[in-house]
Every structure is written in C-alpha cells, then in structure tokens.
Design a protein around this ligand. Structure first.
Ligand code: KIV
Length: 293
C-alpha cells in the first residue's frame, strides 16, 4: 500500500487512537527530505528560523518574505508529512484582514497545508476567519516566543492556578474557533495534562511534559547545532556541532598539508590527449623562445 500524505484529519484520528504525534522543525530542503523519509508526521517551518538559522537574537525580526523563502524550500523536500508554516511577528497582529492575506500566501505561494499562530483569545477571531477561508490553523499557547518582551524573557508560563486557568480557557476558545491542533510550550505538565484531556483536538507539547498527544522540538536543538541558548526541555540526541567542526578542521589540515585532494578526487586526461597536450606545450615553449630572441 502506498503511504498517504498526512492531513489535519489524520492527526485527529491519531489522537482518537492514542497514537503519539511527532513534529519537528525544518528550514531547508535537505533536512525536510530527511524528516519526511524517517516518517515525522508534522514538519513545522517555525519562526525559530530567526534564532537558529538567521542569527537574530529572538524571533521578532523574522519577515514574511524570509518565512516564504524557507517554506518553499521545505515544501520541495516533503512528500508525506503535514507542512505547517509559522506566521511571523507582525504578520497578523494589525488586523484580521492582514492576517488572512498573509496566511493565504503560505498556502498559495509556498505549498504549506496549514499555518501556526501564537496567542489565545486575542487571535480567536482571526483563527475563525482563517478556518472559514479554508486555512487550517495550529494554535500555540504558553511560552509563546513572540511575547518575549511582555514576559520579560523566555520564562515558563502558567505557574499559578489563575494563570493556568487562563491558558485552559484560551485553549477552549481556540478549539471553538476551529484550530486542528495546539502547541503547548513551556507550561507545567499538570496544566498540559488537563488541556490535553479536555480538548478534542491534539496537543503538541514542547516543555509541557509527556501527557500531550504529540511532541515537537526545534531540530537544530535536537541535533546539537544550536548551543547559544538551550532550554531545560531540550534533549540533544547528537552533537552535530562537534562532528561538523571536526570535519571542517580535518579539511583545513588536509588542504594545508596537500593531502586533499588526492588522486581519487582528480580528473585525468586519457593517454592520447595527454600526448597531444605535451606536444602542444612543447610547441608553445618553442614559439615563446623564438619570439623572445
Ligand atoms: O518557531 C518554532 O520553532 C516553534 C516551535 C518551537 C513550536 O514555534
């Protein structure tokens, strides 16, 4: 049986079966292809792109054009996963109309199947309009990085019963507005557990414990490619930074010492052409001598 492309409906069915959902971020074609090949179900082009790919201090400077560029590249590498594009800061806050216009671009121009929005009650209207327009929306609550200045840093949210209740209420409002899934980031697991039980749509946790219906990580964190800032919830599965640095160092040494490239990396003239080449060079040397006299 040929494998089928993941959809928002498939995720709902997975929650129904109690099957955990895997989601990771991608920002380029080769990583997207790998994630797709190993069977990751949801690929998110997160605005974490700004920090792990573009060298910004936080996610706020990321533009629509930067996101579109990377979503297009990722989309070319994906065959089966559900592709979700993150709406960058400033692309949906000014008005519902602008949010709809920008979200449509991800589906129309870049091949995304859904968008992700940060926020609760303040984005419920926009969520409803997008869903009504045929644009599936993934919600995102808790430690929403676009709120870094309001939170006074990347701080765990919903640490008090009152704050937790507000997140729970937001989750219900977003579900009523039509989200197909909800990312819960940086909140106590007890809060994520209740939200996961109460919602019909799947929750995807990052720093929200193991009770969520699925898990997401920033791929560069998991690979050990980004070490400027490592939250407690990150598990580093491999130290790619060290592996890549060692390859770069070895390359540098081999070039400096004349060990690379070796004969196996070079192209050779065949015998006949090599003879003609020697004759041609000899003629040229004779001509140079004649002219020089
Ligand atoms: O931008 C991002 O990568 C995200 C995930 C961490 C959920 O929003």
């Amino acid at each position: 049986m040929t494998a089928k492309r993941m959809t928002t409906v498939t995720l709902q069915e997975m929650k129904g079966r109690g099957e955990k959902i895997t989601m990771l971020t991608a920002y380029d074609y080769p990583v997207a292809r790998l994630l797709d090949e190993v069977g990751i179900e949801v690929v998110l082009v997160g605005d974490s792109l700004g920090m792990v790919g573009l060298g910004y201090e936080n996610t706020l400077p990321v533009t629509m054009e930067e996101m579109l560029h990377h979503v297009r590249a990722v989309s070319r590498g994906i065959r089966l996963a559900l592709l979700v594009a993150d709406m960058p800061f400033g692309s949906y806050q000014a008005s519902v109309e602008e949010g709809v216009r920008n979200a449509s671009r991800f589906l129309k121009e870049a091949g995304a199947q859904a968008v992700k929005l940060e926020g609760g009650r303040e984005v419920a209207d926009l969520t409803g309009r997008l869903v009504g327009a045929g644009i599936p929306v993934m919600g995102h609550l808790g430690l929403t990085p676009q709120m870094v200045h309001r939170f006074g840093g990347f701080k765990v949210q919903a640490r008090t019963a009152a704050a937790a209740e507000r997140v729970l209420e937001d989750a219900h409002l977003l579900e009523e507005a039509g989200i197909f899934a909800l990312v819960l980031e940086g909140i106590p697991w007890q809060v994520a557990e209740v939200i996961t039980k109460e919602l019909r749509v799947p929750t995807i946790g990052i720093g929200a414990g193991s009770c969520c219906d699925g898990q997401v990580l920033v791929t560069n964190d998991l690979l050990g490619l980004f070490d400027e800032f490592t939250p407690k919830f990150v598990k580093r599965y491999v130290n790619m930074k060290a592996t890549i640095a060692s390859a770069f160092t070895q390359y540098t040494q081999e070039v400096k010492q004349g060990q690379f490239p070796g004969p196996e990396h070079a192209f050779t003239l065949d015998e006949g052409e090599s003879r003609r080449w020697e004759q041609l060079l000899a003629r040229r040397r004779r001509q140079v001598k004649t002219i020089g006299r």
